[in-house]
Each structure stands twice: as structure tokens, then as C-alpha cells.
Ligand binder design. Structure first.
Ligand SMILES: C[S@@+](CC[C@H](N)C(=O)[O-])C[C@H]1O[C@@H](n2cnc3c(N)ncnc32)[C@H](O)[C@@H]1O
Length: 298
């Protein structure tokens, strides 16, 4: 396996093919069923279809994760449905996060503490994603945050860990608080991208680099613009990414390759690509077997 393997393919097919227990951390954001234009796939299905897809994704994820591996799923707390939903399904809000949490537990995952990601800018505060606030006799509460749901497979402890504790030694002290309000947001052309800082924090929290141990594998099954791939490369982890949309895939590949080129390399033999560049699968490495662990990495 190269350091980075990208598939322009349906994630469900890729996940079914990859070996069992081969991934240390999944960081991903599935579609939210809010009618986004993703081209190849519909983001506007009925809710039973949506949750059946989610259950399939979680079942495949469970199989892929190693014991002690973690899955981090970014979803909205809830989504507000269309006006006709009250007549059709009797409610105007779909509680995605709580349903996915309960589904994870039903499928055997161990729950971890969830994170609330407040969307906004440090200097201007939380930004609501809609102006719609209803009427004076029926207020809508406007969303300014999303959830990052965290679950473990099998056990809470991760094999490669050093077991070290103590505030002085934790390079990500702020990240261990359950509200992330200060994540810089940048637009990168994808309609639903999360900033690289989100997966980068999660990678540092839930995988460890240790001398002599194998390099952890991070996967994003719905990689969109490739933010998780960029974070994995920056932190020296291996990465597997799937994206069904051809244009998003190409953008992600360029971004991830670009971030690899910016790395300080231990053996500066240069960045190389292998595999069929225009094909469905791309693998690339960075010259030498391993990346230099970033400074300050435990
Ligand atoms: C919410 S976006 C993820 C955005 C990503 N986190 C980022 O930072 O750019 C979901 C992505 O999943 C892709 N997608 C949806 N279903 C897929 C599938 N079955 N296989 C592969 N990709 C899929 C969509 O095209 C979309 O780009």
C-alpha cells in the first residue's frame, strides 16, 4: 500500500473489498440528505433509504476498523425538512445525530464523548447557516453547529499508544474540550467541506506515531475535497480516500498531492506518483518508506 490511496469509486464497493481490521481511524462526513448537488449520487432520498445506507456504511466501517480503532462521523445535529414534511411524515426536523449515535451502539460500537463543532470565525462568533427563523408564533432555532460523533471498536484503548497522560504532554489540550468553537473555516470549492483542522485534530487525538510501530491508516470514505487526506499527509499517517464524484475526486487528488509536496522529507528523494494517474485508483508515496513524524508528535 502506498502512503496515500485514492479511489474514484463508490465507497461501499471499496470498503467491502479492503481487508478486515486494516484501518485505525475513519474520519468522514457522509451526505446529509439535504439535496446537495453531488452529481453522481442523489442527496434527496426518503429517510428510511438514508438510514439503510447509513447502516450499511457503519457495518462496513466496523469490519474495516482494527480493535481499538475509532470512527469520527461529522453530521448535523438535525436538519430542518421541507414545508410539506409535516403533512408527509409528521415532523419538520430530522434528528440525524441522535439516530446515528443509537445506530452505532446497536451495531456494537462503543460510544465515546461527542464533539460540537461551532461553525464560525474566532473573531466574529458562531455563524448560522440560514436566515430562516420562522414567525413570532413558531420560531425556528437556527443551526450554528454540527456534531462529530465518536465511537470505538472493541475497546477504548489504542495499541500504538504510549499510555502517557498529563496536561503538559498533550499537544492538543484544547481539542479535548467537547465544544470546538475556534476552528478556522476556509472555502475550498466543495459545497460541504470541513476545514483540514477538524480531521487533523481527530488524527492527533485518536492515532499515535511510535518508533518501530507501523504507521496508522486513516480513511475518509466520503472524502469530498480531500481535507482528511491533507490532514493525514500533514501528520505523516497513511490515508485511504473514496470519492464517487469525478470532479471532487480530481480536486482532492490535487490538494492532497500538493500538501505532500510541502512536507519536510527525511529522505528528500521527492514526491512520486505510482499507478494510473487518470484511472480509478491512485496511489502515491513520498520517497522512502516513512514520512518524517511532524515535530512535537508523541
Ligand atoms: C459531506 S461531503 C464530504 C465533504 C468532505 N468532508 C470535505 O471536507 O470536503 C460528502 C461527499 O461524499 C461523496 N459521496 C456520497 N456518496 C458516496 C459514495 N457512495 N461513495 C463515494 N463518495 C460518495 C459526495 O460526492 C460528497 O463529495
Amino acid at each position: 500500500m502506498g502512503n496515500v490511496t485514492l479511489y474514484n469509486e463508490d465507497a461501499f464497493d471499496v470498503m467491502a473489498r479492503l481487508p478486515e481490521s486494516s484501518v485505525d481511524l475513519i474520519v468522514t462526513s457522509p451526505r446529509y440528505n439535504v439535496g446537495m448537488d453531488y452529481g453522481e449520487i442523489s442527496d434527496d432520498t426518503d429517510w428510511p433509504t438514508y438510514y439503510a445506507e447509513m447502516e450499511r456504511f457503519l457495518t462496513l466501517s466496523y469490519r474495516l476498523l482494527c480493535d481499538g480503532g475509532v470512527i469520527a462521523i461529522n453530521v448535523p445535529k438535525e436538519v430542518r425538512l421541507r414545508r410539506d414534511s409535516i403533512e408527509q411524515i409528521g415532523r419538520r426536523v430530522e434528528k440525524i445525530a441522535v439516530r446515528v449515535e443509537l445506530m452505532c451502539e446497536r451495531l456494537g460500537f462503543l460510544p465515546r464523548e461527542a464533539i460540537i463543532w461551532v461553525k464560525g470565525k474566532e473573531d466574529t462568533g458562531p455563524i448560522a447557516t440560514t436566515y430562516a427563523m420562522g414567525s413570532d408564533n413558531n420560531i425556528y432555532v437556527r443551526p450554528t453547529c454540527e456534531m462529530i460523533l465518536l465511537h470505538s471498536k472493541g475497546r477504548y484503548y489504542y495499541d500504538n499508544g504510549t499510555g502517557r497522560r498529563g496536561t503538559k504532554d498533550v499537544p492538543f489540550l484544547d481539542e479535548t474540550k467537547d465544544v470546538w468553537w475556534n476552528v478556522p473555516t476556509r472555502v475550498n470549492g466543495h459545497p460541504a467541506a470541513f476545514p483540514v483542522e477538524i480531521p487533523e485534530r481527530l488524527i492527533r487525538m485518536f492515532t499515535c506515531m511510535k518508533d518501530g510501530a507501523r504507521i496508522p491508516v486513516v480513511m475518509d470514505c466520503f472524502m469530498g475535497s480531500g481535507s482528511t487526506g491533507v490532514a493525514a499527509v500533514r501528520t505523516g499517517r497513511r490515508f485511504i480516500g473514496c470519492e464517487i464524484n469525478r470532479r471532487f475526486f480530481e480536486d482532492a487528488r490535487r490538494r492532497i498531492a500538493g500538501s505532500a509536496l510541502q512536507l519536510p522529507l527525511r529522505s528528500n528523494t521527492g514526491f512520486h506518483l505510482t499507478g494510473e494517474l487518470a484511472g480509478l485508483q491512485t496511489e502515491f508515496g513520498f520517497g522512502g518508506d516513512s514520512l518524517e513524524p511532524p515535530a512535537g508528535e508523541p
